[in-house]
Write a protein that binds this ligand. Structure first.
Ligand code: ZN
Length: 236
């Protein structure tokens, strides 16, 4: 009886290669036969995991249509026109593009971000139509904050990508700085909306801790021993 030198699986006498890991079997005591009788089925089924995810996502998408049509119908029956169901339409659109679309369609990350941003903008537009409010909150507050948040998410996705060659601690440091700057930008747009642009106040309470943490990460990154320890603990 012999065992694979690589993975340790028990081998039949006739095996020229390990059936599990493919390592060549070199056993001078048991030379393998020309046409070995293999104790395994000739055809092996491979499970395709991507199809399942896609199927489930498509199924959930179809299920989402039920509350959508129910609320639209109820809305029309009660108010004779579409009013509050706009929120359900927009909300479902955002939920679909953010959670289900990545499972159904394969496309570049940038495209996902663009589609998600457009979906959120449509939701904001529907809220504006529903509330019949002025355009200014949408143009000065809703759109810029949505676009900035989308850009930040895109930046995070680049940082989280396995292809990213930047050290992990520096990536976290960049991300923290980004969060701090986003909060400052949000305060700026709120000031713009209120027509009272002033020196940032409350956003600094977020920015400063972010900058302090981010610089500590940069310092940590320079210390190879600590870096190695963090890498081991968090399995980076
Ligand atoms: Zn093996």
């Amino acid at each position: 009886m012999s065992y694979c030198v690589n993975c340790g699986v028990e081998l039949q006498k006739s095996e020229p290669r390990c059936p599990l890991c493919g390592t060549e079997v070199l056993n001078p005591n048991e030379l393998h036969e020309e046409k070995p009788i293999r104790p395994y089925p000739a055809h092996v089924e491979h499970l395709d995991k991507t199809v399942d995810r896609r199927y489930i996502a498509s199924f959930i998408s179809l299920l989402l249509l039920i509350p959508l049509f129910t609320t639209m119908l109820a809305n029309i029956l009660v108010s004779k026109q579409l009013t509050w169901s706009y929120l359900v339409i927009g909300g479902e659109l955002v939920a679909f593009t953010v959670f289900l679309l990545p499972m159904i369609a394969r496309m570049p990350k940038v495209l996902y971000m663009v589609i998600d941003t457009v979906a959120v903008c449509i939701l904001l537009l529907l809220i504006r139509i529903l509330t019949q409010s002025k355009w200014d909150w949408l143009l000065l507050l809703g759109l810029p904050i949505t676009v900035l948040t989308a850009l930040m998410c895109w930046f995070f996705s680049l940082m989280a990508s396995p292809k990213c060659r930047i050290p992990v601690l520096i990536r976290f440091s960049f991300a923290l700085t980004c969060v701090g700057l986003l909060v400052v930008a949000i305060e700026f747009f709120i000031g713009l909306y209120k027509q009272a642009i002033a020196w940032p106040t409350w956003s600094l309470y977020v920015l400063f801790p972010c900058l302090v943490l981010s610089s500590s990460l940069l310092i940590l990154n320079r210390r190879a021993r600590v870096k190695e320890e963090i890498r081991k603990r968090f399995y980076f």
